[in-house]
Write a protein that binds this ligand. Sequence first.
Ligand SMILES: C[S@@+](CC[C@H](N)C(=O)[O-])C[C@H]1O[C@@H](n2cnc3c(N)ncnc32)[C@H](O)[C@@H]1O
Length: 214
Amino acid sequence: MTPEQYDHWYASGRGRWIGETEFRLLASELDCQQGDKVLDVGCGTGWFTRRIAGLPQSPSVTGVDVDNEALAYARSQDSRTCYLPANALQLPFADGSFDRVMSVTALCFVPEWSQALSEIVRVTRGRFVLGLLNRHSLLWRQKGRGSHQGAYKGAHWHTRGELLDALDSLAVRNIRFRTAIWLPGGGLVSRTLEACLPHRCPLGGFLLVAGDKA
Ligand SMILES: C[S@@+](CC[C@H](N)C(=O)[O-])C[C@H]1O[C@@H](n2cnc3c(N)ncnc32)[C@H](O)[C@@H]1O
């Protein structure tokens, strides 16, 4: 899949619904303040990155990824943001460099994800928010179990328990979990249910974990 094809999926009916639903939850948990410095780890084509950069609080945003083609596409869509090649396992930033650090469905594709989590916490000054794939969800039953191809191929599906274990040794307080995308189809029933269920319900396919630097 080319970066264009990946990014254009977010313009499809289901892709737009999933992207906008996840973005709303991400932005509300990130709670950017005026002039914040924000890092997006595994930014890919920058679909979420450029939306954060476009918030009224005018954050100063940096996106990093190991995929140079995706970064080139991201740069072509967004001149406000600094897009840099970097590995989540060794972020090229000093401790506490960013007010907010986000990462959307990227750590699911990093086998050493707990090391990447430790790096994210290290460079965070204020708050981090990670979007992951939820092992305890209908989405996992549809797309995660078995040997699926396509966008979810090779992904790790997280549980709250393993995230709590990984965060246990890190300088983090106020850990919270939220989920979204309960019925992944994106039709009328999915959208109606999504509007009714609280994000504290643990069974959505998109698992968000947020925490503040201790
Ligand atoms: C499913 S895409 C998500 C992209 C974007 N965050 C989004 O939600 O549209 C996963 C991204 O993680 C990136 N990635 C995988 N391993 C990485 C690593 N070790 N360091 C940085 N980025 C990585 C991939 O290159 C890819 O762009």
